[in-house]
Design a protein around this ligand. Structure first.
Ligand SMILES: *Cc1c(COP(=O)(O)O)cnc(C)c1O
Length: 383
């Protein structure tokens, strides 16, 4: 008996879940040059590269400010602190997300209140959030999960009515748009991760907060570096959570290619949609005014574990994002948590197939053939 996560390709991996920068030797050389520039100037913390990246990333996201921080988790936690969300406060978070969304809330001393998701998009909605509002709720964290944009207009409306902060978790959605506007520019602020496998990935950890609120940007800048301004004046309790200059130098180069890379992901997703429709439950289309940059390509199957074994035996990697809804994980489990049935069912049926910008036609064909033969086998069994 093995758990789903222990399934590893039985044969050599022919199609990985994702391809990272190490598969592109030209890019490696270019990025090594950028690192060398930082090393020769010895400007490892803050300085020109970080400032330039912040300016370019803010422009890309359509905000006045971006603040480079050490991770996506810190982006969320520092945003909450800068908005004075803390002990005694509640923050609504979708249970179908990476654990960090809720972790950041707990780290600042507030309480995450878990909310279910809508089955087709696997995203939180204004109606689901509204049903969980209470007197202690101070903020909402919609997550643009897998790169698909949340329907933000009704959520922003709800937040205005109840005077709540909206922090977008855009850690999987760099470059995605909602009604023409980039994610990260819709709420009070947007939180990004540059973990290596994200659509915009560094060579280590990194993150950013985007906002057009000057005071909020200033406060996050203070908090990420010991509340210090100017040197040796510590205005408030902060921490060490800066984006490294080396990472900023790498990200500046990769940011220039992000739109093209996202378009390649969308193209591969369309290929998979067309080939797999009728075989598996493919991701529903983004819908009008919505977008999807396919950080993950997530299908659903009632025989998910058998599907994964079948793919694995043919050298095709797969994953589950995420096998345990956050509210059921040991770190957050609360005995009296109300059931969140959609997310709980999704966790049993979702499967992330390989998706990455450099996917070849042959790799695509291998994925499609394996899914087809799984379907044929399944229908033979049913007959
Ligand atoms: C990756 C991720 C984070 C956390 O980012 P780190 O850089 O790993 O700290 C937060 N939320 C979501 C949805 C993520 O995917």
């Amino acid at each position: 008996m093995h758990t789903a996560e222990s399934i590893r390709p039985a044969s050599a991996t022919r199609v990985p879940l994702a391809r990272l920068d190490n598969s592109d030797s030209e890019l490696i050389s270019e990025l090594l040059g950028a690192i060398e520039g930082v090393a020769r100037s010895a400007a490892f913390t803050l300085g020109e590269e970080v400032a330039a990246f912040e300016e370019e990333f803010a422009a890309y996201c359509g905000t006045d400010h971006a603040v480079g921080v050490s991770s996506g988790t810190e982006a969320l936690a520092l945003s909450l602190r800068a908005l004075d969300v803390g002990s005694g406060d509640e923050v609504l978070v979708p249970t179908n997300s990476f654990v960090a969304t809720a972790e950041a809330v707990a780290l600042v001393g507030a309480t995450p209140v878990f909310v279910d998701v809508e089955v087709n998009t696997q995203l939180v909605t204004a109606d689901l959030l509204a049903a969980s509002l209470g007197p202690r709720v101070r903020a909402l964290i919609p997550v643009h999960l897998f790169g698909r944009t949340v329907d933000m207009a009704p959520i922003l409306q709800l937040a205005r009515e109840h005077q709540l902060h909206v922090i977008e978790d855009a850690a999987q959605a760099h470059g995605a748009r909602y009604r023409g506007r980039p994610v990260g520019s819709l709420g009070d602020c947007g939180c990004f991760s540059f973990y290596p496998s994200k659509n915009l990935g560094a060579w280590g950890d990194g993150g950013a907060v985007t906002t057009s609120d000057r005071q909020l940007a200033r406060r996050i800048r203070l908090l990420r570096s010991h509340g210090e301004e100017p040197r040796h004046h510590h205005l408030e309790l902060g921490t060490t959570a800066r984006l490294d200059a080396i990472q900023a130098a790498i990200l500046r180069i990769k940011l220039r290619r992000l739109d093209e890379q996202n378009e390649l992901r969308r193209r591969r997703a369309r290929d998979l949609d067309a080939a797999l429709a009728g075989i598996l439950a493919v991701p529903s289309p983004p819908g009008p005014g919505r977008d999807h940059v396919y950080h993950q390509y997530v299908v659903r199957s009632e025989s998910r574990d058998l599907l994964r074994e079948h793919l694995s035996a043919r050298g095709i990697a797969s994953a589950i994002h995420y096998p345990t809804p956050i509210h059921s994980s040991p770190a957050f489990h609360v005995a009296n948590n109300p059931p969140l049935p959609v997310a709980e069912h999704l966790a049993q049926t979702i499967c992330s197939l390989p998706i990455y910008p450099s996917m070849t036609d042959d790799e695509l064909e291998l994925i499609v053939a394996a899914c087809r033969s799984f379907e044929n086998r399944a229908s033979r069994h049913a007959a």
